[in-house]
Design a protein around this ligand. Structure first.
Ligand code: FA5
Length: 350
């Protein structure tokens, strides 16, 4: 019996000599250690042995099994290392006389405008937050004072996922997490919550020159004692004058969103047609750009902030539309087109 184990060891070592690739090693592993492998089969031979023989033979088989497993593990590492070195060598194998590609890439207009907005708000003490594109129903609706079956849900044709979560239909879905993240600092240290959170939003919308099914918004919130509509208007005015660097016509009108009270629509006079009316503004001369309002007490409560003590404002800037207006893009769909020829003409003018 002992001869059998050493015979197997010898044939294993001989086969191993010829191995150069992981796939060959895998085959040997199966041949010796697999369910019907040579070493596994040895155990089956034990039936015919006396108890004494079984003990010593069992030990010998176990030793063989451990040795073979260890050798295979070491060889696996060795082969992986060899494969990595080969890849590295291949990468170094380039022709230094190849002419350099001098064509430079450029930032997407939405990235440009997002960065401008971030810089503006950062300079006013706002933090920039990131959040997932997949959110819960609670974050997107319930925490925003939109209970299940509330008709306000119809305002956003939402993509629901099979697991009950959904694709963020507006950046307001991040509000609840931000309130919870900063509430202790607000209450214990008196530090106002000032945060912006840009993000991609998804709605099952029919597209046209000013509507996309995938677009960017940038939400902003500020919560502290005695925050009022004047604060909101100040920040909106500052942001727009810094982004456009010229006088632009805006209008503020009442707007309904269950998560603000009072709520406003902030529209911008269409910069494509100068307010005359065109497809970019649906022939109205105005483009809805940045709805906003005072945060509803129920929303603060859901964020574990006492509405008796604190108030705040929130806005939801349409970043993609802002990029349209800033760079004179007539059709919003061009921004998602991936057409490098048209998209690469924009540069950061800061
Ligand atoms: C909202 O999404 C609210 N969450 C905004 C808000 C935040 C209100 C905080 C109050 C307080 P609305 O659906 O109107 O609202 O979208 C906000 C902005 O996103 C619009 O004004 C527009 O600029 C942009 N937007 C909305 N839908 C689209 C779309 N399909 N394509 C491109 N931009 C869009």
């Amino acid at each position: 019996m002992a001869d059998k184990t050493s015979e197997i060891k010898q044939s294993f070592m001989a086969e191993l000599e010829a191995v150069n690739e992981i796939s060959q090693l895998e085959a040997i592993k199966v041949k010796y250690l697999g369910k019907n492998g040579l070493i596994t089969e040895l155990m089956k031979d034990m039936k015919s042995l006396t108890p004494e023989e079984k003990k010593s033979f069992g030990q010998a088989v176990n030793v063989l099994k451990n040795e073979v497993s260890e050798i295979i593990a070491e060889k696996t590492e060795e082969l992986k290392h060899k494969a990595i070195l080969e890849e590295i060598n291949k990468m170094q194998d380039f022709d230094i006389s190849t002419p350099a590609n001098t064509e430079r890439g450029s930032y997407h207009p939405i990235t440009l405008v997002q960065r401008q907005c971030e810089a503006i708000f950062k300079s006013m003490g706002f933090t920039v937050e990131e959040y997932s594109e997949v959110v819960t129903d609670y974050e997107c609706f319930e925490a925003l004072n939109i209970p299940k079956h509330h008709p306000a849900r119809d305002m956003q044709d939402t993509y629901y996922l099979e697991n009950g979560q959904l694709l963020k239909s507006h950046t307001s879905a991040t509000q609840n997490a931000i309130y919870k993240k900063y509430k202790d600092n607000l209450v214990n240290n008196g530090v106002p919550i000032k945060a912006i959170f840009p993000g991609r939003c998804f709605r099952n919308e029919a597209t046209d020159a000013c509507h996309e099914n995938t677009f960017f918004q940038m939400e902003g919130v500020m919560v502290d004692k005695n925050i009022s509509i004047s604060n909101l208007i100040f920040f909106m005015k500052t942001m727009l004058s810094e982004v456009f660097k010229k006088d632009i016509k805006v209008r503020l009108r009442p707007g309904f969103f269950p998560f603000v009270e009072p709520g406003f629509e902030l529209d911008i006079s269409c910069l494509i047609c100068g307010g005359e009316g065109c497809p970019s503004c649906k022939h109205s001369g105005w483009l809805e750009l940045c709805p906003c309002g005072m945060i509803h007490p129920e929303v603060l409560k859901a964020g574990e902030i006492d509405p008796e003590e604190y108030t705040g404002f929130a806005f939801g800037l349409g970043l993609t539309r802002l990029a349209m207006m800033k760079y004179g893009v007539k059709d919003i769909r061009d921004l998602n087109s991936g057409n490098l020829k048209s998209l690469s003409q924009f540069t950061d003018d800061e």
